[in-house]
Design a protein around this ligand. Structure first.
Ligand SMILES: Cc1cc2nc3c(=O)[nH]c(=O)nc-3n(C[C@H](O)[C@H](O)[C@H](O)COP(=O)(O)OP(=O)(O)OC[C@H]3O[C@@H](n4cnc5c(N)ncnc54)[C@H](O)[C@@H]3O)c2cc1C
Length: 354
C-alpha cells in the first residue's frame, strides 16, 4: 500500500494462494494495531467489518479467571477477510497483484534481484520478503545461531459455532501444561469463536494435537457440548524474537514473521507485520525518489524497524519472564485488589479492551 501509493515505483505483489485465503490466527487486532490501521487509511473499513471486543478474562493455573474491562479498543476480524481487504487496497493504490504465484528462489545479481516463481522469473530492484513463518525460499533468513534469539512457537486452533458462555470478551488460559504460553477463546461474531493454543515444543512433551485435546477437555468440554466445529484443527508455527535482527540481505528486506518479528510472550504479530511492511514500503519509496545507493545493505531499514518495534518486542520478553514465574497466579489470587487489577490490565492491554 505504501510503496504503490507513493507513485515512485512499480509494485508487484506475489501471493502463492488465491484470496481470500485461510490463515491460522486468532485474528485479534490490538489497540495499537487499530490505530496503525487508521494511519494507513483503512481503520474505518476494518472496524466496520470486525467484531468489537470489550474485555478479557485471564485465567491462571488454578482455574480462577479474572474479568478485566477498560476503555481501549480491540477487535477481531477473520484473517481471510482482513488480509484480502489490505491486498485489494494495495491494488487500488496501484500495486499489481498476482495470486497463485509461488516464489521458489530469489537471487541477487549485479544490483538486480531475480525472483523465480511457478509463473516465470521477474526482475526487481528490491524484494520485500513478507512470506511469514513458512515462506521457505530464503534459507538465509533462518535464525540458525542462538545469538539471534529467535524461537518458533507451535500453535493449533479450530473454529466453532454455538459455543456456550461467549460474549464480547476474549479468554486467555495460562494453564500449567502450556505456561508461559496459553490457550484462548476469541469471539469472531456473536455465534462463531476461534479456539487455540500456543506452546514451546520440547522433548518428551505432548504434541500439538495432544495439547489441544487436553485443553478442550480441561477448559471447554462443557461449553462445546452443543457447538459445531467448522473445518479441521489447523496448526502453524509463529516466529518470535526479542529484538529485530537480520532484516536485510542483498536486494531483500524482510518484514513480519519472515523477519522473526512476532511477540515473544503473546505471539501477537499482526501489528509487527503491518509496521515493518509499512516501513519497508515507505523506505523504498524514499530511496526510489532519491538514490537507491542510500541503503544498499538495508542497515537504515533495520534501524527504522528496531526503533519502531524494539522496545515493544523487548517488553514481550520481559512479560514472558514474568509469566514463567508464579507472579500471574499470585496476582490472580489477589484479583480483588484494585492495584492488582491495574497491573493485570497493563500487562494484557494489547489483548483486550481494558
Ligand atoms: C494460531 C495463531 C494465532 C495467532 N493469533 C494472533 C492474533 O490474534 N493477533 C496477532 O496480532 N497475531 C496473531 N498471530 C501471529 C500472526 O498471525 C502473524 O504474526 C502474522 O500473520 C504475520 O504476518 P506476515 O505478513 O509476516 O505473514 P503471513 O500472515 O503468514 O503471510 C504470509 C503470506 O505469504 C504467502 N507466501 C508464503 N510463502 C510464499 C511464497 N514462497 N511465494 C508467495 N507467497 C508466499 C502466504 O500464502 C501468506 O499469504 C497468530 C499466529 C498463529 C499461528
Amino acid at each position: 500500500m505504501a510503496l504503490a501509493g507513493s507513485g515512485y515505483a512499480e509494485c508487484l505483489l506475489l501471493e502463492r494462494k488465491s484470496l481470500p485465503r485461510t490463515k491460522a490466527c486468532g485474528s485479534g487486532l490490538s489497540p495499537w494495531t487499530l490505530t496503525y490501521l487508521d494511519r494507513l487509511g483503512v481503520g474505518a473499513e476494518v472496524r466496520k467489518r470486525a467484531f468489537r471486543i470489550d474485555g478479557a478474562i485471564i485465567a491462571g493455573v488454578d482455574g480462577a479467571g479474572v474479568e478485566l474491562r477498560g476503555d481501549h479498543e480491540t477487535a477481531i476480524l477473520l484473517r481471510s477477510e482482513f488480509d484480502e481487504l489490505l491486498a485489494r487496497e494495495a491494488e487500488r493504490r496501484g500495486a499489481r497483484l498476482q495470486e497463485g504465484c509461488t516464489v521458489r528462489r530469489i537471487e541477487s545479481r549485479n544490483g538486480q534481484v531475480a525472483v523465480e516463481t511457478n509463473n516465470g522469473t521477474f526482475e526487481a530492484d528490491v524484494v520485500v520478503d513478507c512470506t511469514g513463518a513458512t515462506g521457505g525460499f530464503d534459507r538465509e533468513r533462518r535464525h540458525t545461531d542462538s545469538s539471534a534469539g529467535g524461537t518458533t512457537l507451535h500453535t493449533i486452533m479450530a473454529w466453532y459455532e454455538g459455543m456456550e458462555g461467549c460474549s464480547d470478551v476474549v479468554e486467555l488460559f495460562f494453564d500449567r501444561e502450556l505456561k508461559p504460553h496459553y490457550g484462548w477463546v476469541f469471539p469472531e461474531t456473536s455465534r462463531r469463536v476461534n479456539v487455540g493454543l500456543c506452546f514451546l515444543p520440547g522433548p518428551q512433551q505432548p504434541n500439538a494435537r495432544e495439547h489441544f485435546q487436553g485443553f478442550l477437555e480441561r477448559r471447554l468440554q462443557h461449553r462445546l457440548r452443543r457447538a459445531d466445529q467448522l473445518g479441521k484443527w489447523i496448526g502453524h508455527p509463529v516466529n518470535v524474537s526479542a529484538m529485530p535482527r537480520k532484516l536485510a540481505a542483498p536486494g531483500v528486506l524482510r518484514a513480519g514473521e519472515a523477519g522473526w518479528l512476532a511477540d515473544f510472550a503473546t505471539a501477537e504479530g499482526i501489528y509487527h507485520a503491518l509496521v515493518s511492511g509499512h516501513l519497508a514500503g515507505t523506505h523504498l519509496a524514499e530511496l526510489a525518489a532519491g538514490d537507491w545507493r542510500n541503503d544498499l545493505d538495508g542497515t537504515r531499514y533495520q534501524a527504522k524497524v528496531a526503533k519502531a518495534l524494539g522496545p515493544r518486542m523487548l517488553g514481550g520478553r520481559v512479560l514472558m519472564s514474568a509469566l514463567k514465574s508464579p507472579a500471574l497466579d499470585l496476582a490472580l489470587r489477589l484479583r480483588s485488589l484494585r492495584a492488582t487489577r491495574e497491573v493485570l490490565k497493563r500487562a494484557f492491554s494489547g489483548l483486550y479492551h481494558g
